[in-house]
Write a protein that binds this ligand. Structure first.
Ligand SMILES: [Zn+2]
Ligand SMILES: [Zn+2]
Ligand SMILES: [Zn+2]
Length: 285
């Protein structure tokens, strides 16, 4: 019996189109020539117990819930695991409140800092007060059982932590995947990354930008304000260290990411063995 990991979205926090943007990619979506992309979230489907979980609760939570959960069959979501307190990763929790799903003690797995943030700030504290959610705190590098046959190990990573801290998740069924949608840089994480690439079937990584230059070109912003390892840097790192590129899956794409707009670049990434995540892509572990 396997565990299925399913992509429910592949974009950076804003989703694509990015609100207010008329770049090539966003415009195509407005014109109906390309599909919208939701912020990245993963479904975890335990084929042994039939239970379903989500990593991240994005602003597109309602749509992603519908993609994962067969409502007509009476299925429900059993729990949510959150990486960090940036808007694309947790604000979908608002849909659990009494105005919408009105869940009963839905398990939300978070770090203690994230737990404090949710318990002490409106509107999230209402979910706790009204028992819509039950906060279950995990600890850095301490595995916890998500469900029969699924273990999750949170691994803390460096990222802009205005409200709480940030984690990647090692999810273990019969095999393992690692998911890290946001990290500032690989520098300082190399030892972990090498080990994770070795032990996992797939490692799903932050690929917000293709190059350091693109955000300046398209949006006039400085990448130093928004650090992420670029796809170019990750490819170089994997190749320099002779790591297996076929284990790397890129995700969390900004609308400016050139793998979305430049067919040649996309092909060159794939020809090197790397995967570019797509909605509904599945990995069995
Ligand atoms: Zn993000
Ligand atoms: Zn755009
Ligand atoms: Zn973030």
């Amino acid at each position: 019996m396997a565990v299925k990991i399913k992509f429910l979205g592949i974009a950076q926090d804003a989703g694509i189109p990015q609100i207010g943007c008329n770049c090539k990619v966003c415009s195509k979506i407005y014109r109906g020539e390309r599909k919208e992309e939701y912020p990245v979230a993963l479904g975890i489907i335990n084929e042994k117990t039939g239970k379903k979980f989500m990593i991240e609760a994005t602003p597109a939570f309602s749509k992603q819930y519908k993609k994962l959960i067969d409502i007509e069959k009476g299925e429900k979501l059993e729990g949510i695991i959150l990486t960090h307190a940036h808007i694309g990763h947790y604000t979908g929790l608002m849909m659990l409140g009494r105005e919408v799903l009105n869940t009963k003690r839905l398990k939300v797995f978070v770090s203690s800092k994230m737990g404090e943030f949710l318990k002490n700030n409106a509107p999230w504290n209402q979910l706790v007060k009204l028992d819509n959610i039950e906060i279950i705190e995990f600890k850095n590098r301490v595995p916890f059982v998500l469900d029969d046959g699924i273990e999750v190990t949170p691994i803390e990573v460096v990222h802009r932590n205005e409200y709480a801290d940030t984690y990647g998740f090692l999810v273990k069924g019969e095999e393992k995947i690692f998911f890290v949608p946001d990290i500032d840089r690989w520098n300082g994480f190399e030892e972990d990354l090498n080990k994770l690439i070795n032990e996992c079937k797939k490692v799903i990584v932050d690929a917000t930008f293709y190059t350091k230059e693109e955000i300046g070109k398209v949006r006039g912003r400085d990448l130093n304000e928004i650090p992420h390892p670029t796809i170019e840097e990750t490819i170089k790192y994997v190749e320099d260290n002779k790591l297996p590129s076929e284990k790397i899956v890129f995700t969390h794409f900004n609308h400016t990411n050139m793998v979305l707009s430049n067919e040649e670049i996309r092909k060159s990434v794939e020809e090197k063995g790397f995967a570019i995540s797509q909605e509904d892509m599945e990995i069995l572990i």
